[in-house]
Design a protein around this ligand. Structure first.
Ligand SMILES: *Cc1c(COP(=O)(O)O)cnc(C)c1O
Length: 449
């Protein structure tokens, strides 16, 4: 089996995610045979540094020996069992561990299979909570401009990235979209924090006018990842928590991409010193090993559903693989790795190294912004630096950086004009240099003409 043979077979039967398949007439599909650490290897023996953690899921590298061992042992014992009416130790212990490490309001865990379904659960549960509490008028959700919460219809509806959402508009429920505290949009001289405070006034206006119709606000804490890695100041979350308390509205933190150490703290909400009412976790939860997600909520939410069966107040939501035992085992192995070494301290060093590795781009005339929250670093390519004028998306300049990266053996996958690093935490100094040098050369090439 070589690359070409597998690609030919693939293009006969497969349909890939987030892809205009016609692009593969000129853009080679990359078949991967194996992975080890930050490296992926194709069927012809060429290696690629996985600078995006395979779509933000991988934490400790591919084919990690400890996670592999744990999974093999669990597979011998129990792969999965129905979670309605039944339970198992990996799920119970994982719920205990998640409650222990997440912010204090979060006391209960509902498991699902992927990020989007976790978001659906949080939305349904918040709405249903208010209904059970005798407030049926609360039917709306607030989300931030440029947010992303997944691709299923409910999750897509509360997102705001036009590329994914616009086509399906007629099918979607309509959230109230609040302006984002995105620090890239600050006016000259204004601090990210002052800008966040201004955006909180917009939210206060929405709450004042429509608060009694609103179930919850959903946000991605600190980084809008799919929304071109736009970042904001933690003061926004602190203020939003206060507003939600004042108006009695749920705060849903979608930490699917930023949880488990990505932004520097174990959970991004910690940097704002807040606890949400619902927290959605997935992606890094299993270090990129198996699909699993969890929604955490306070005991008060649980109690609002706890009644006699005939009251029909129960939360009758399910997915076939809810609480998947092997997934829970991968999550335990992941949390064990966090306990066995000071991952966050190492990440601080790695993050500083990533930063200095792209220092040279600061004065580049086609780089409008370099922003970072911990292990996420993003570089915004612009047509005009002074006015922050974006390149026309049709020019697909990010795609040029992607192609350049593949030639040099680095998997970068820009979002529009934004080149970013979100590598597995185990990346070393030499690999950071390769990743950064490749990105810099790719940006030079993509912006040359
Ligand atoms: C990836 C992501 C989702 C969706 O998760 P899936 O597992 O892809 O369904 C939701 N919210 C955020 C913030 C994400 O990054």
């Amino acid at each position: 089996m070589n690359n070409q043979q597998l690609v030919q077979r693939d293009l006969q039967v497969m349909w890939h995610p987030c892809t205009q398949m016609k692009d593969h007439e000129w853009l080679p599909l990359v078949p991967i045979r194996s992975g080890k650490g930050v490296w992926l290897e194709d069927y012809d023996g060429k290696r690629y540094l996985d600078a995006i953690s395979s779509w933000w899921v991988n934490l400790f590298g591919h084919a990690h020996p400890a996670i592999n061992r744990a999974l093999a042992e669990q597979a011998e014992q129990l792969e999965h069992v129905i979670m309605a009416g039944f339970t198992h130790e990996p799920a119970v212990r994982l719920a205990e561990r998640l409650v222990a490490i997440t912010p204090d309001r979060l006391q209960r865990v509902f498991f699902a299979e992927n990020g989007s379904s976790a978001v659906e659960i949080a939305l349904k549960m918040s709405f249903h909570y208010w209904l059970n509490r005798g407030q049926p008028k609360r039917q709306r959700f607030v989300s931030l401009a440029n947010s992303y919460h997944g691709e299923t219809l409910g999750a897509l509806a509360v997102g705001d990235v036009a590329l994914y959402k616009e086509t399906y508009g007629p099918l979607l429920l309509e959230p109230i979209i609040a302006p984002a505290p995105d620090a890239y949009l600050t006016e000259t001289g204004e601090s990210a924090e002052a800008f966040a405070e201004r955006r909180l006034e917009d939210m206060r206006r929405i709450f004042t006018q429509q608060g009694d119709e609103i179930c919850a606000v959903i946000v991605e804490p600190l980084v809008q990842c799919a929304g071109y890695m736009r970042m904001y100041h933690p003061a926004y979350l602190t203020g939003l928590r206060r507003l939600c308390d004042e108006f009695d509205i749920h705060l849903i933190a979608d930490e699917i991409a930023v949880g488990f150490g990505r932004t520097g703290s174990l959970f991004a909400c910690e940097q704002a010193g807040i606890s949400p009412d619902f927290m959605c976790l997935s992606k890094g939860l299993t270090a990129g090993y198996l699909p699993l997600s969890a929604v955490l909520m306070p005991d008060s939410v649980y109690q609002a559903f706890y009644h006699d069966y005939a009251s029909l107040k129960g939360f009758l939501h399910s997915h076939s693989y809810t609480g998947y035992a092997l997934g829970c085992t991968a999550a335990h192995a992941t949390l064990d790795l966090f306990e066995q070494s000071d991952v966050l301290a190492r990440n601080r060093q790695t993050a500083a190294r990533m930063r200095s590795a792209v220092e040279a781009l600061h004065d580049h005339p086609q780089v409008g912004d370099i922003r970072q929250h911990g292990m996420i670093l993003a570089i915004e390519m612009v047509k005009d630096k002074a006015s922050k004028t974006a390149y026309d998306w049709r020019e697909r300049r990010g795609m040029r950086v992607y192609q350049h990266g593949l030639e040099r053996g680095v998997l970068l996958r820009p979002l529009g004009n934004v080149v970013y690093f979100m590598p597995p935490y185990v990346i070393n100094e030499e690999e950071i240099a390769l990743m950064a040098d490749t990105a810099i050369a790719g940006i030079e090439a993509a912006t040359a003409a």
